[in-house]
Design a protein around this ligand. Structure first.
Ligand code: ARG
Length: 286
């Protein structure tokens, strides 16, 4: 763990007052859970919990305002990318009729446990104007930014991967969230969990798995029998360049069920939305 970052990283966050500090990769774990191996009513054999103190305080839960996130309030994950800015998925903030949710209807919660943590009211919800869903229910430009009313009180904020860093990113990536353990199980994790995945090149993802549905604004990541799932949407896919600890690389977006053999999970590509993210944070001020 290095104690400082190059100055270049600080300049990314024009309006940010919190320090960006390094963080360790999560510990390796034995064999991700087998397909169908999770017992209903138990997530203990599933994805590992994020250990205390691992620097992932920037991973947050989006919930319905005024509700307990542990009792039905949580609906998506998010990543704090500035003192008042949370990156999430577009579909997390779009209603069925296509309109964007009112800021007053949602809240942000910090903390690894769904039933505890600090709540933040929302001032603005900014959907990427190019967000769209297709006839096949795939999502493109599935990214949005939520602005909180006050600064989010955490020690670490996420560092986004920039387009010019893309080549250095390793194919081993990690997804974090409170989502369902399997598509057919209807409960969330009480605590933030993580899974290590392997990134699949877009060409391979299209030809081998998704038949042309993957565009260059998406990232595919796969692990045997394990995956992000409902409730993980909007949360982070992190990658390492081997030098500067972890980057926020993708946003959980969509998939064909969860953890089906040969079906990667799909993520919005943060680097490909970098300009929109920076402009949005800059234009609307702090
Ligand atoms: N869209 C889902 C959500 O709203 C999660 C999508 C991820 N699915 C997957 N199989 N990787 O939470």
């Amino acid at each position: 763990m290095s104690s400082s970052r190059p100055a270049a990283f600080v300049s990314i966050f024009l309006t940010v007052t919190l320090p960006v500090s390094a963080q360790d990769s999560l510990p390796e774990f034995e064999a991700p859970f087998e397909r169908n191996a999770i017992e209903p009513g138990s997530v203990t054999s599933g994805a590992p919990q994020v250990p205390a103190g691992y620097g992932f305080s920037w991973v947050v839960s989006l919930g319905h305002r005024g509700q307990s996130h542990a009792l039905g309030g949580h609906f998506c994950g998010g990543s704090v990318i500035g003192s008042r800015w949370v990156l999430t998925a577009g579909h997390c903030v779009v209603r069925e009729d296509g309109t964007v949710v009112e800021p007053s209807q949602i809240q942000i919660k910090t903390g690894y446990e769904l039933q505890q943590g600090a709540f933040y009211e929302v001032e603005d919800v900014l959907l990427n104007p190019k967000y769209s869903s297709t006839a096949f229910n795939t999502l493109t430009n599935d990214i949005a930014i939520v602005k909180t009313k006050r600064s989010i009180d955490i020690p670490v904020i996420a560092t986004m991967v920039r387009p010019r860093d893309l080549n250095n990113v390793s194919e081993r990536v990690t997804v974090l969230g409170w989502g369902k353990p399997r598509s057919y199980l209807n409960y969330l994790s009480e605590r933030l969990r993580y899974l290590n995945l392997k990134m699949i090149k877009n060409d391979d993802c299209n030809s081998r798995y998704y038949n042309g549905m993957i565009d260059e604004k998406m990232i595919c990541a796969l692990a045997e029998g394990t995956d992000a799932c409902q409730g993980d949407s909007g949360g982070p896919l992190v990658a390492s360049d081997g030098r500067l600890s972890l980057y926020l690389f993708g946003v959980v977006s969509w998939g064909d069920q969860c953890g089906e053999t040969g079906k990667p999970g799909i993520y919005a590509n943060v680097a490909r939305h970098y300009d929109w993210i920076i402009d949005t944070i800059k234009d609307t001020g702090n």
